[in-house]
Design a protein around this ligand. Structure first.
Ligand code: SF4
Length: 323
């Protein structure tokens, strides 16, 4: 029984059902739109495309994370303290909306507040929350402030790495006038774009990873793409870890020699903390591919076999140029 074609159809149906819970997203600007790329928002609403199966599976991972959190909250007996998928609407521009994952009305630490929780499913928990997550939450807090002007309002982002079994709360967000005004202006700009009064410009971010409109996007045009800050941070971290690995390899090489000087070619020892075993691997023969190619070219071509290509990733610090 080949389940793959069925699963591909099923995940598309699940994705459509989940999207339907948020209404027809082509008809309004949501908080994730406000924090996202204008070009992507415009094309998603004017020329909707079904995401790839891989992207839809990643979206489903987000739904699974939300369900897991909800089950945990309910198991802990706080089901009566929150609502899910709470819709907020701007009082003047009704096509500006937000859907809150979890809205608590609770007093966990002596400070009763309306607390928004935005859940994000990730492959690795970032050191800092992505700017788009913070903007999305700030827009939700702004619409909440309009609806409940007298209440204490706060929010957090719950990042969950289901593979690693890790969860991290980026906490302490509050309503901020200046940030909300900026996002409100941006939402109006997006409305203008949809009404063809302004140009929907691309802005690259980590969300380009899931973008169905990437193939002809001017912001992703080679030879050199301007890195968005969160990708720059990830690449810098990768480069740093790689350099640590290279240093570690060099240090290991010299320690290895010191250890071998002590042990000789065959050794077995241990302490309370570490075991040390040295053994000899017998010499063996290997085919010299260069020699074979030069001396027996017919045989060489006869024994060649294909090797799958792979994606090579290089991150190196850029040396600053001084005049
Ligand atoms: S690839 Fe990135 S910058 Fe281009 S449209 Fe998609 S999200 Fe925007």
């Amino acid at each position: 029984m080949n389940l793959i074609p069925f699963i591909e159809t099923a995940v598309a149906a699940l994705n459509r059902n989940k999207s339907a819970e948020l209404g027809d997203r082509t008809l309004y600007i949501g908080s994730s739109d406000v924090s996202g790329c204008a070009r992507k928002v415009y094309l998603q609403k004017k020329n909707p495309k079904e995401p790839s199966v891989s992207t839809m599976l990643k979206f489903s991972r987000g739904h699974v994370a939300e369900t897991l959190i909800e089950n945990m909250f309910n198991a802990a007996g706080v089901g009566h303290l929150y609502e899910t998928q709470v819709e907020l609407q701007h009082p003047v521009y009704s096509s500006l909306k937000a859907h809150i994952d979890f809205l608590f009305n609770a007093d966990f630490d002596g400070n009763p507040e309306l607390h928004v929780i935005e859940v994000k499913s990730v492959s690795a928990i970032p050191d800092d929350p992505f700017p788009q997550w913070e903007d999305q939450l700030a827009f939700q807090l702004g619409l909440l402030r309009i609806k409940y002007p007298g209440e204490k309002i706060g929010g957090s982002i719950l990042a969950i790495d289901l593979n690693a079994g890790k969860v991290h709360q980026f906490n302490g967000y509050e309503y901020n006038d200046a940030v909300f005004n900026y996002l409100y202006t941006r939402a109006l700009y997006l409305l203008d774009c949809l009404e063809e009064k302004d140009e929907a410009l691309p802005s690259a971010s980590h969300t380009c990873s899931f973008c169905s409109y990437r193939s002809d996007c001017p912001a992703m045009t080679l030879p050199v793409v301007e890195l968005p800050p969160e990708i720059e941070a990830l690449a810098s971290k990768y480069a740093k870890l790689n350099s640590t690995k290279n240093h570690a390899e060099k240090e290991m090489k010299s320690i290895r020699q010191e250890l071998l000087d002590f042990t000789g070619p065959v050794f077995k020892g241990r302490s309370d903390k570490v075991g040390l075993v040295v053994s000899s691997v017998a010499p063996s023969m290997a085919v010299d591919a260069e020699l074979l190619k030069n001396q027996f070219p017919n045989i060489y071509t006869g024994v060649l076999k294909g090797r799958a290509g792979y994606t090579k990733l290089e991150c190196k610090p850029v040396k600053s140029v001084t005049a």
